[in-house]
Every structure is written in structure tokens, then in C-alpha cells.
Design a protein around this ligand. Structure first.
Ligand SMILES: NC(=O)c1ccc[n+]([C@@H]2O[C@H](COP(=O)([O-])OP(=O)(O)OC[C@H]3O[C@@H](n4cnc5c(N)ncnc54)[C@H](O)[C@@H]3O)[C@@H](O)[C@H]2O)c1
Length: 246
């Protein structure tokens, strides 16, 4: 919200340039990391791919523009694409080999795990007065391994000559920020310093996915649909990478 040009630049302009390079070089299949943010604040949840796309922040708009560009490029016959609308991605490879290493990450579970490990002093919760059961925002957290499998299936679909599609990636049920923080405390055995602060601009109250299309068309079956598993793998990763020589 504070730096819209950065998002339009990185997400929209750079992807447009990447697509130009792809079409010039004969790349025929394209998987796009889209986002649940294209829906904004849907009237009904879970959101299906037919739910109106009315983003409420520059991030969602910058990604939705790419979906339009992709549809236009696909209409020329130069490439086919799958736009995967990720909901909230979290967790790490259960074998400990891969996880999120983004410096100064802003993702809830990553930040909570960093607090549990002592890498941060506390966690701010942006708003506790939303129209949700406990007042904190509700999101559909998807384990990164299940999301990774969706990418492989999407690529196989395209390589077999399948049509371009837009697909939601989520489990279809949400957890509140407070529920997530309780889960991180449970799996880590640590008490977090949680500070309730005011709402952040651009956050919808709740977002959950109807991923029927992904399940039926690509035969995607989630294997790690469990909040504690998501938080435990994220926490274990954070502990592992605390060591200066991992
Ligand atoms: N994390 C989520 O919940 C979520 C939800 C919806 C969509 N997405 C989308 O998924 C994508 C990845 O998100 P993330 O949360 O993993 O972000 P992230 O910032 O954690 O990771 C981005 C990765 O891209 C790499 N990268 C950036 N610029 C690059 C470049 N020019 N060349 C090569 N690598 C480069 C970074 O080093 C980093 O590893 C983004 O497009 C994001 O918009 C993420």
C-alpha cells in the first residue's frame, strides 16, 4: 500500500518483459504465481475462480493485470498458461532440506516462528476488530509442499496439451491469526510476545479458497492439510537454520 510502483514494477512490468522474452524464445508453457488477493473482499466464501476479481490493494491489482496479459498472449496461440491463485503459503519441507529464507519476511507463520526462535522480540497482530469469530483476520494456509505438487500437476497438464486455466490453491478452510499463533506456541513450546495493534491498510477480513477445479481437473489431493503440521515444519526449519553454519 505504501509503495505501489514497486509492485506494479516487479509484478506487472517485469512479468510483461519476461513474457516477451518467453514468446521470443519459443517458451510454450507458463505457470504464473497469482494470488488470492485478486478477489479483494468477496461477498461469499470460499472464493471460486468465478468469484468477481475486485482487488483492494496494489499487489492484487498488479497480479490481476498479469492474468489479463497472459490471457491476451495465450489468445495469439504463442503459449498456454496456468495461473495458480495461491492463498497463504507456509510451512517447509518436512525433511528439513528446504524452507523460507526470505530476509525480513512479513508472512505471519514465518514471523511467529522467528519470534519463537528468539530472532525477533515480538509479533504485532494487525487488527482484532474484524467481523470474524475472534476479531483477527482469517486466511486459508496452504503447505508449500502441497502447493509445489500443484505446480508439477499444472506443468504436466500443459505438457499434455491441456488448455490454459486459472486455479485456486488452498484447502477451503481458514484459520484466524490468533489460531495460528496458538498453533505456533503449541508446536514450539514457546510463549510468544503478541502485541495487538491497529488494522493494516489493504487487508480483507477473511479469504478462503474453493479449490474444486484444482482437485478435479488436475487430480490434486492435499497431503499436509493440517495447521499444526504447517507450523511445525516452519518452526523446525527456523530452528535448523538458526545455526550460523547450516
Ligand atoms: N507467499 C504467499 O503466501 C504467496 C501468496 C500468493 C502469491 N504469492 C506469489 O508467489 C511468489 C513467491 O512468493 P514468496 O512468498 O515465496 O516470495 P519470497 O519473496 O519469499 O520469494 C521470492 C523468491 O524469488 C527470488 N527472486 C526474486 N527476484 C528474482 C529474480 N529476478 N531472479 C531470480 N529469483 C528472484 C527471491 O530470491 C526469492 O527466493 C510471488 O510472486 C508472490 O507474489 C505468494
Amino acid at each position: 500500500m505504501a509503495d505501489p510502483l514497486k509492485y506494479y514494477g516487479n509484478n506487472t512490468c517485469v512479468t510483461r518483459n519476461l513474457l516477451e522474452a518467453c514468446t521470443t524464445c519459443g517458451v510454450e508453457n507458463f505457470i504464473f504465481s497469482s494470488t488470492a488477493a485478486v478477489y479483494g473482499t468477496p461477498k461469499e466464501l470460499p472464493a471460486t475462480e468465478a468469484t468477481p476479481t475486485l482487488p483492494i490493494n496494489p499487489y492484487g491489482r498488479s497480479k490481476l493485470m498479469v492474468e489479463s496479459i497472459l490471457a491476451d498472449v495465450a489468445a495469439t496461440g504463442k503459449l498456454r498458461y496456468i495461473a495458480l491463485r495461491y492463498f497463504n503459503v507456509a510451512g517447509a519441507d518436512p525433511d528439513g532440506s528446504l524452507g523460507q529464507a526470505t530476509p525480513e519476511a512479513t508472512h505471519l507463520i514465518k514471523v511467529a516462528c522467528e519470534v519463537a526462535c528468539g530472532k525477533r522480540s515480538h509479533i504485532d497482530v494487525f487488527g482484532s476488530d474484524y467481523p470474524t469469530p475472534d476479531g483477527t483476520c482469517v486466511r486459508d494456509y496452504i503447505h508449500v509442499m502441497d502447493l509445489g505438487r500443484a505446480h508439477i500437476l499444472a506443468l504436466e497438464h500443459l505438457l499434455k496439451g491441456g488448455a490454459s486455466e486459472i486455479m485456486n490453491c488452498g484447502y477451503g478452510h481458514g484459520f484466524s491469526v490468533s489460531e495460528v499463533l496458538r498453533s505456533v506456541m503449541k508446536v514450539s513450546g514457546k510463549t510468544l510476545d503478541i502485541r495487538m495493534t491497529s488494522r493494516r491498510a489493504g487487508d480483507p477480513a477473511a479469504l478462503t479458497a474453493d479449490a474444486t477445479r484444482l482437485r478435479t481437473l488436475l487430480h490434486w489431493t492435499p497431503q499436509l492439510d493440517n495447521l499444526d503440521t504447517i507450523c511445525k515444519t516452519a518452526y523446525d526449519w527456523e530452528v535448523k537454520w538458526q545455526s550460523p553454519t547450516p
